[in-house]
Design a protein around this ligand. Structure first.
Ligand SMILES: [Zn+2]
Length: 86
């Protein structure tokens, strides 16, 4: 019997003890993406502020959200920079 590198027990551990989620990506100040350290399951914050499975649809939404957010932050930053000159 050959041993595989993937650990099928990790999913069992998650089922039993719960997932060990850590923030894998900060989309906005409210929306984050989480990945389970154990089984690599991904979650994200939805529009209601609840955690939901990170589907391709949510990935798409998050990409757009991140774009809007970073653009807004950059605009805010340049505004405070230019106003601090005066
Ligand atoms: Zn897990």
């Amino acid at each position: 019997m050959k041993k595989t590198t993937t650990n099928p027990a990790s999913k069992l551990i998650c089922d039993f003890f719960g997932h060990k989620y850590e923030v894998s990506k900060k989309v906005t100040s409210h929306v984050k993406e989480y990945t389970c350290k154990c089984c690599k399951k991904q979650l994200t914050t939805n529009s209601n502020g609840n955690l939901t499975e990170l589907t391709p649809k949510y990935k798409e939404i998050n990409t757009i959200l991140e774009e809007i957010y970073t653009r807004r932050m950059m605009r805010l930053k340049s505004k405070t920079l230019s106003s601090s000159i005066y």
